[in-house]
Design a protein around this ligand. Structure first.
Ligand code: PRP
Ligand code: URA
Ligand code: MG
Length: 211
């Protein structure tokens, strides 16, 4: 797995807004979208494009368009949904699929409760969206799903990662071509597998559930 820690003052500033306990859901959602747009710029650097002949008001020229098969964007519900609008604003021709996954807070086992993806992902570049990479269990499960359907490449875009989760993915997804784009790598996980210092429960904060 290739880890891309995207270090940029705008990302750092916006992440600090998310980390603050008092940031309300409305601002949390807005800033999450902004962060995703900045991360998407990095994560799409090797997006496949093709030459296209076009007419400008002045002459004809050759431009670039996102190639077929179109990239697939997959938010992992619930928290990943907060990243979808920012991503599709940057990659408007992308197709969108969905995975619903929740980790059991007691056992940390991953439960997949929804799946709406194309059956065959041959040749597709897939962008997985999930703000939090904690133990890595959720992302590992999601990646396996995509590679079983022959995805060509998977790039996960996360806001925060714990070192334990990165190590888990490196050990458990060693056989697959995968990228991780992340705005910050935090210190550690706490006893409940929450990221420290982190930002709390991303899903609860996006959707106004009192913590
Ligand atoms: O790396 P892991 O230890 O697997 O934890 C990370 C997962 O936990 C959060 O989702 P959660 O299970 O809380 O579901 P939610 O999005 O519905 O809140 C988060 O959005 C990730 O999907
Ligand atoms: O810190 C964490 C860990 C998992 N899921 C979250 O939303 N936050
Ligand atoms: Mg949650």
């Amino acid at each position: 797995m290739h880890v891309h820690h995207v270090d940029h003052p705008l990302l750092a500033h916006k992440l600090t807004v998310l980390r603050k306990r008092q940031t309300p859901s409305m601002i949390f959602r807005q800033v999450t979208e902004e962060l995703v747009m900045l991360l998407a710029y990095e994560a799409t650097r090797d997006l496949a494009v093709v030459d296209v002949d076009i007419e400008t008001p002045v002459t004809t020229t050759t431009g670039k368009e996102i190639a077929d098969p179109r990239p697939l964007v997959v938010p992992i519900l619930r928290a990943g949904l907060g990243m979808l609008d920012g991503m599709v604003r940057m990659a408007p021709t992308a197709e969108v699929g969905f995975l619903g996954m929740v980790r059991d807070e007691e056992t940390l086992n991953i439960v997949t409760y929804a799946e709406r993806l194309p059956k065959d992902l041959s040749g597709r570049q897939v962008f997985l969206l999930d703000p939090m990479l904690a133990t890595g269990g959720t992302l590992a499960e999601a990646c396996r799903f995509l590679y079983e359907r022959n995805a060509r490449q998977v790039s996960a875009i996360c806001l925060l990662a714990a070192p334990e989760g990165i190590q888990y993915l490196q050990e458990n997804l060693a056989d697959i071509d995968m990228n991780l784009y992340v705005a910050a790598i935090d210190e550690r996980l706490d006893d409940n597998a929450y990221i420290v210092p982190g930002l709390g429960d991303a899903g609860d904060r996006l959707y106004g559930v009192a913590g």
